[in-house]
Design a protein around this ligand. Structure first.
Ligand code: ADP
Ligand code: ZN
Length: 754
């Protein structure tokens, strides 16, 4: 017999920093059989009743018995997490140096505290009555009733015998019976009326890939090889990492599908993670046509109520495959048999707010805890992942060098913007690019134009007084947006109306400097009047389902142009796209961040990969001022390997990851002197605690020195021993007394150091 423990450690659901540990409570004997890890309970706390989560049960408490209070009641019978998820929670807390309380939140139902209780009052569900026949009761009394007199009731009973359970609404409609018959039957206990929650339909309603719908795909030898390795790990029930390095269009999705088929056949479930919402519809429709209603999506574009509902359904075991963006890895899927991350290299896998976790590392940790395989895929793997795949014994690199449906790679052409004649040619859309677009549109093909800059222009300058309007909160020039006309700060989002006149001298001689995606759109629309010119960026996709609508227009038959930011770089698998134009790729290469080569290589390769994915041959035109740079050379040669080797050398020389781990600590606040004082103090503490084992850069102003009224200073710590550094930093931060209003951001393994 299992002995029931007397005490439980309970986390209280309160967002205060000083309540950052579990509290001991006594388990009353009548609750004892139902208490275990992950259960939600009500407990007395500071003269109130609060909600708490059980993280441990134990025999003894260090506290005196009279200091310990009783658990008041259990809220729900089913736990929110188990001991394995709890292990993951403490790992995240430790590795990313964040209070465990803030990590907990990820694992709880979305929608705030009231949402955290099943059926919580914050979320309104729709319910519907469903009717079933109680056969036993019916058999007993059916001969005692005069059915001729109760003809309408008989019709209902006959219908239920034939159709089984049905909604009351449908029953009334189909049989023409009214409420009275149903009530009468219910009173005789012949039927039961049950309330059931109405589920929203979250499915996407469009098709992007008309050709491969329903088509049975036979994996090619490369895909088969990869599948076999993954299936072996699934069979052995072991933790193993895989990196599928497959060129764009190599059919990675079908490998994921094969792996999921295997996992489901073993009675297990799967997580499929994708970096961006814009990629989920396509991925979802491929999975849905294979697995039907066993698949669901979960992403950040769903509102609280939708997410809450979806969370509950996953919790109740209604799905076998969850596809979603980074937060979906925290949904309460049980019996996980595989974790898959598509586009593994993508910086969007990094959470940017409070707990700055990398989804890849969380997934790997979860795989290790559960002893299940973790599969990552990319055409341009992150440097660190690729290096680990090479070095670590439990990590296998699977290369797929060919496209699944096409024998050729797109032809890439570089246009040296230094050589364009500014008087004759528009450097935004050079003559060469313009001709190419026209040629493709004439063949009814589709064109993708890429520029990673939102808005219309970079900044506006008054030709009379030289004034450049700036965001008062960030000290950076405003970007001009044309749709509608306004000035927008791209750092803090502040907006200002703009009537085309200089706010200082009133002149209307304003020059719009630099090129944003809206300017490109209007230029192209002017030159291709009869062609749909669509735009996809974060401004155009604020509204729900707008992604889908833009794509739907783009893929409808005939020539069309889609202009986009990095949002369009990945995943789009559209048959007739034969030309990809990159307006200016230098912006990406000029950033003061050691990641920039990697990002530029990834982004340009991904965008280029949108062209010529099926039978039609694709071409890519890249406009740049730096065609000679080594990154450009690798891109042109389509040679990830050479890029990887070269970049690895650079990193080694500078001791950057993968040859170290970085921790970026930023202090921000409204008074720069106090920010400087705090960061200086922190710097001293870190030096003292880490001695010679880490190198520390700074303190220095962060590259974005001021954002939204806040000054930012940072230090960057390079370490070869993260266990040691995590512990040392946790210790320092626990005792560090910063100025109250300053904020400390801790970014372990940052994906940007800007
Ligand atoms: P990526 O590797 O870029 O993610 P996808 O998985 O989107 O590539 O696959 C590209 C296209 O190739 C899809 O339309 C897919 O249906 C098709 N495809 C994948 N594998 C095969 C195969 N073995 N035979 C034929 N078509 C395939
Ligand atoms: Zn601003």
């Amino acid at each position: 017999m299992v002995r029931n423990n007397k005490y439980a450690e309970v986390y209280i659901d309160i967002k205060t920093f000083d309540i950052d540990h579990a509290f001991d409570y006594r388990i009353p004997t009548h609750l004892s059989p139902d208490i275990n890890i992950g259960k939600v309970v009500r407990v007395p706390f500071k003269n109130r009743i609060e909600i708490g989560y059980i993280v441990k049960t134990k025999d003894k408490s260090e506290l005196e018995d009279k200091e310990i209070k009783d658990i008041a009641s259990i809220v729900d019978v089913k736990p929110f997490f188990d001991s394995q998820k709890l292990e993951l929670i403490s790992w995240i807390s430790r590795y990313y140096i964040q209070p465990i309380g803030s990590v907990f939140k990820f694992f709880l139902p979305p929608g705030g505290k009231s949402g955290r209780l099943a059926g919580g009052s914050a979320i309104k569900f729709k319910f519907k009555d469903y009717i079933t026949l109680n056969e036993a009761a019916y058999k007993k009394i059916k001969d005692k009733i005069n059915w001729k007199k109760n003809y309408s009731q008989k019709k209902v009973v006959d219908y239920l015998i034939l159709h089984g359970e049905v909604s009351k609404e449908k029953l009334m409609k189909d049989t023409g019976s009214g409420n009275t018959s149903i009530t009468a039957l219910a009173e005789k206990n012949i039927i039961s009326v049950i309330k059931k929650r109405q589920k929203r339909d979250f499915r996407y309603d469009y098709e992007t890939d008309r050709t491969s719908k329903g088509k049975k795909i036979v994996l090619n030898p490369y895909q088969q090889q990869a599948s076999l390795s993954i299936e072996e790990a699934i069979d052995k029930k072991i933790f193993h990492k895989f990196l599928i390095e497959g060129v764009t269009g190599s059919g990675k999705t079908d490998i994921y599908i094969a792996a999921c088929r295997k996992v489901l056949a073993c009675g297990k479930k799967a997580f499929i993670l994708t970096p961006e919402i814009s990629l989920t519809p396509q991925l979802f429709s491929r999975f849905e046509s294979e697995f039907g209603s066993r698949v669901c999506v979960y992403h950040s574009n769903m509102n609280d109520a939708e997410r809450y509902e979806r969370w509950l359904d996953i919790w109740n075991g209604e799905f076998d495959i969850v596809i979603g963006t980074r937060s979906s890895i925290f949904t309460p899927l049980d019996r996980i048999g595989i974790i898959i991350l598509d586009e593994e290299h993508d910086p969007s896998y990094k959470e940017g707010t409070w707990v700055r976790y990398n989804t890849q590392d969380v997934a790997i940790k979860l795989g290790e805890i559960l002893q299940v395989p973790v599969v990552m895929g990319s055409a341009t793997p992150g440097l660190v992942t690729r290096y680990r795949a090479e070095k670590e014994d439990d990590f296998t690199l699977l290369k797929i060098p060919v496209k699944a449906q096409s024998t050729s790679f797109p032809e890439t052409e570089v246009i040296d913007l230094k050589k364009t004649d500014r008087l004759k040619e528009d450097p935004v859309i050079t003559g060469r690019l313009f001709t190419a677009i026209r040629e493709e549109l004439e063949k009814d093909n589709k064109v993708i134009i890429f520029l990673n800059r939102r808005g219309y222009s970079n900044f506006v300058i008054c030709n009379k007084c030289g004034n450049v309007p700036r965001c008062p909160a960030c000290d950076l020039s405003y970007n001009y947006h044309s749709d509608p006309k306004k000035l927008v700060c791209h750092h803090c989002g502040r907006e200002q109306n703009y009537d085309g006149k200089c706010p200082v001298c009133g002149a209307d001689n304003i020059f719009l400097y630099g090129t944003g995606i809206q300017k490109v759109q209007s230029k192209l629309q002017m030159r291709f009047k009869d062609t749909p010119v669509l735009r996809m960026d974060s401004d155009a996709t604020v509204k729900k389902k707008s992604h889908q609508e833009i794509l739907k227009k783009f893929i409808s038959p005939g020539g069309s142009i889609l202009i986009g930011t990095q949002m369009i770089a990945k995943g789009l698998d559209i048959e007739d796209v034969t030309l990809v134009g990159i307006i200016n790729c230098d912006g990406m290469l000029g950033l003061p961040d050691y990641h920039m080569n990697e990002r530029a290589y990834q982004l340009i390769t991904q965008v280029s990969g949108r062209a010529g994915r099926k039978k039609k041959k694709g071409r890519v035109i890249i406009q740049t001022y730096n065609p000679e740079s080594s990154v450009m050379e690798s891109i042109l040669a389509n040679d990830y390997e050479s890029f990887y080797r070269q970049e690895l050398e650079n990193r080694k020389e500078l001791g950057y990851p993968p040859f170290s781990n970085l921790v970026n600590i930023i202090i921000s606040g409204k008074d720069e002197n106090i920010v400087k004082r705090d960061i200086g103090e922190l710097f001293d503490r870190v030096v003292e605690a880490t001695g010679n084992c880490c190198s520390i850069l700074g303190p220095a102003p962060a590259p974005f020195h001021k954002i939204n009224l806040f000054y930012r200073w940072h230090i960057i710590i390079k370490s070869k021993n993260m266990d040691f550094l995590n512990e040392a930093l946790a210790e320092i931060l626990k005792r560090f007394k910063k100025f109250d209003e300053n904020k400390i951001i801790i970014d372990v393994d940052p994906v940007w150091i800007l």
